[in-house]
Each structure stands twice: as structure tokens, then as C-alpha cells.
Design a protein around this ligand. Structure first.
Ligand SMILES: Nc1nc2c(c(=O)[nH]1)N[C@H]1C(S)=C(S)[C@@H](COP(=O)(O)OP(=O)(O)OC[C@H]3O[C@@H](n4cnc5c(N)ncnc54)[C@H](O)[C@@H]3O)O[C@H]1N2
Ligand code: MOO
Length: 333
């Protein structure tokens, strides 16, 4: 039998000496939004005007039955039930706790688990999407309950539900440092007719994750020569091989054939995302190899930027990962 909590309302003018039961928020649009009073604050004569100015004519005096949790404690329990070990938890603020990453990493959010938990009454658990790159200090989830207090058995139910999912429900995987071999194709670059613009763009993209292009090698639009440079990096046992240019429809576009010719198992050539539709993903043994189309050279976010972080944390990309990019994949064309 659950005892119902009792809320006694006390007029603010008669509340001097009483304890505030929760954080109290002031919103002055364009000026301030935040906690004006903290939970546990003992009300003084001087607080009465500020409380009235944020619309509090009454405050609750809570008589908490043993089987109930305050919003702060409930948020602590929910955060603990869903957070992976690498995440940090903020102090409760206005009844809400945020989960943050201390390191640069890739979000891993169990979407089905988030929907299941939010289907429980009075629970709010908001997250960013899975497979997003987050900077150190970035928030990945935040939670609170909707009422001020909740029966503990509802949180126990949530904890049991969370435990039915394998692994953490909200987590961030840090990026290990990877050694990358870069093959730049194009007779116009190889022959010195134009300056290479792919190398600097790729280096900047991988260095942002703490990885390194260990060597860049050049080849003209010749299948056998491109294959030779790919094999060079296979022999070097790099962690990832990137091949730039020559990915579309001209007779001089030799890169997809060379990647296959070098022994790659091609996951898929082409993906329904713009920019970056001519991307190829394959594997030579366990070494991922990507054919990068022209847009990767000049666009900040392409299909390459979707898969690079996942590959860097060690995930193997499958064909469905590529075909599913179409929904929401029209970024720029
Ligand atoms: N009729 C069609 N036209 C195009 C298609 C198509 O399917 N049908 N696809 C388009 C897409 S998508 C892309 S992306 C581009 C080009 O893709 P490629 O990977 O084949 O690029 P290239 O032909 O090798 O070069 C295009 C352009 O970029 C310059 N380039 C290449 N590499 C470098 C480098 N390392 N440094 C500087 N500049 C480089 C190259 O000189 C060309 O000007 O095709 C669309 N068209
Ligand atoms: O493959 Mo292209 O890179 O879509 O623009």
C-alpha cells in the first residue's frame, strides 16, 4: 500500500523560517534564467518580495512518506540506471541531472531503451542522437521526473527495465589514436598540373579525432598503380586506408576498380547521402578502406564524416548502415 504524500500549502508571507522543498526558478527573458533559490534554503523576511516577484504566493511544506523520492533523488537514481561508466553526472539543478562526457568521443545511445523508459509515467529522459561526436564537457543526456515527488516503486520499475538492456543505455566511446594511410589519385595532381587539396582536408578531419595520416602517397589514374599504393599500406598494417578522387563515372575514374583489385571486400559503393554519394566502403581483411569522392575535399560534412568516427572507434560498417543514410541524408546538393 502506497502512502500518498501530503502537500501543505503555506502562504509565502507566513513562511519565514520554513525550508524550501525544491529549487525555484526565475525567468527574465533575455536577461536571466536560473535558480533563484536552492532546495533546502530557509526562508527569511528578505526572501518574501523576491518569491512574490517570481509568482510564488504559496510554498509547499512536504510531508514525505518513506516510500517516496524527492525529484532530486529520483533524477540521481535514473541517471545512475542509464549512464555508462565514462560519463559524469551534474548536481541536481531545478530537479534535473545532466550526463556529460569528460572526453572527446562518439555517443552510443540505446534508442529502444530510451523510448521504453520514457513510456513510463512521469519520467523525462532526453538524449542526443546516437553516433554523434561530442566534445569534452558536452551533454549527452538529461533527466528529471515531472512531479515534485514520486513513489519509489516507480523508480525501481525503471531500474529493472534499464537492467533488461545489454550494456549502458547512454555512453560515450573515446577515440583511440589510429594510423591512417592516404592514397591520392588523379593524373592532374600526380603530374603536378594542379596542387593537391585533398591531403590537407583529410589530415584536418582525422586530426580532429586525435588520429594521424602517417603517409600520403600519390598515383595517376592507373588501376595497377593505385592498387600498388593500396597494397603498400596493407603491408604497413595501417589502421585505415583512404583513397581520394576518381570515384565517379568517367573512364579515368579508376578508384573503385583498384580498391576491389587490391583485394577488398566491398561493403557498398554508393550511399544515398548528398554530399558524398559516391563513397565506397570496403575491407581488406580487417583493415577498412574507403574511396572518397570529390565532395569530401571541400564539404565540411559528407557521408565520409558520418562513417569516419564510427570506424575510428572500431565499428565495422555494414551495407545497411550505408543504405539507411537516405532518410535525412539530403544535407546539401
Ligand atoms: N555525370 C555525372 N557527373 C558527376 C557524377 C555522376 O554520378 N555523374 N558524380 C558527381 C559527384 S557526386 C562527385 S563527388 C564528382 C567527382 O567525383 P570524383 O571522386 O570522381 O572526382 P574526380 O573526378 O577525381 O575529380 C573531380 C574534381 O576534383 C579535382 N580533384 C580531385 N582530386 C584532387 C586533389 N587531390 N586535389 C585537388 N583537386 C582534386 C579534380 O581535378 C576535378 O576537378 O563528380 C560529380 N559529377
Ligand atoms: O559523392 Mo559526391 O561527393 O556526392 O558530391
Amino acid at each position: 500500500m502506497v502512502n500518498k504524500p501530503s502537500f501543505k500549502e503555506v502562504p509565502v508571507r507566513e513562511a519565514v523560517g520554513l525550508v524550501l522543498p525544491h529549487d525555484m526558478t526565475q525567468i527574465l527573458p533575455g536577461e536571466f534564467k536560473g535558480r533563484l533559490f536552492k532546495k533546502g534554503h530557509v526562508i527569511t523576511e528578505d526572501d518574501i518580495e523576491p518569491l512574490l516577484s517570481i509568482g510564488k504566493e504559496h510554498i509547499y511544506i512536504l510531508d514525505m512518506p518513506e516510500n517516496c523520492l524527492h525529484e532530486n533523488e529520483a533524477a540521481e537514481r535514473i541517471a545512475a540506471a542509464v549512464a555508462g561508466p565514462s560519463l559524469t553526472k551534474t548536481e541536481p539543478y531545478e530537479g534535473k541531472i545532466s550526463l556529460k562526457t569528460p572526453v572527446l568521443g562518439l555517443t552510443k545511445i540505446n534508442e529502444a531503451a530510451i523510448h521504453a523508459i520514457n513510456s513510463l509515467e512521469a519520467i523525462a529522459l532526453a538524449t542526443v542522437e546516437t553516433n554523434q561526436v561530442v566534445q569534452p564537457g558536452g551533454s549527452v543526456a538529461a533527466t528529471r521526473i515531472i512531479p515534485l515527488i514520486i513513489e519509489e516503486e516507480r523508480i525501481v520499475e525503471l531500474e529493472k527495465l534499464a537492467a533488461t538492456f545489454a550494456g549502458p543505455i547512454v555512453d560515450v566511446i573515446p577515440f583511440p589514436k589510429r594510423c591512417i594511410g592516404l592514397v591520392t589519385t588523379g593524373s592532374e595532381v600526380f603530374g603536378g598540373r594542379i596542387a593537391d587539396k585533398f591531403g590537407p582536408a583529410i589530415k584536418a578531419k582525422v586530426e580532429a579525432f586525435g588520429s594521424e595520416v602517417v603517409e600520403q602517397r600519390f598515383a595517376p589514374d592507373d588501376k595497377a598503380l593505385i592498387e600498388r599504393e593500396i597494397r603498400y599500406f596493407v603491408d604497413q598494417q595501417v589502421d585505415l586506408i583512404l583513397v581520394t578522387g576518381g570515384m565517379s563515372v568517367d573512364p579515368d575514374d579508376r578508384t573503385p576498380g583498384a580498391i576491389a583489385g587490391a583485394g577488398a571486400e566491398v561493403v557498398r559503393y554508393g550511399t544515398p547521402m548528398l554530399p558524398g554519394s559516391m563513397l565506397l566502403v570496403g575491407y581488406i581483411g580487417n583493415i577498412p578502406i574507403l574511396g572518397l569522392p570529390g565532395a569530401v575535399m571541400h564539404e565540411p560534412f559528407t557521408s565520409f564524416d558520418v562513417f569516419l568516427p564510427r570506424i575510428l572507434v572500431g565499428e565495422r560498417i555494414v551495407a545497411e548502415d550505408m543504405t539507411r543514410l537516405g532518410y535525412g541524408g539530403l544535407r546539401k546538393c
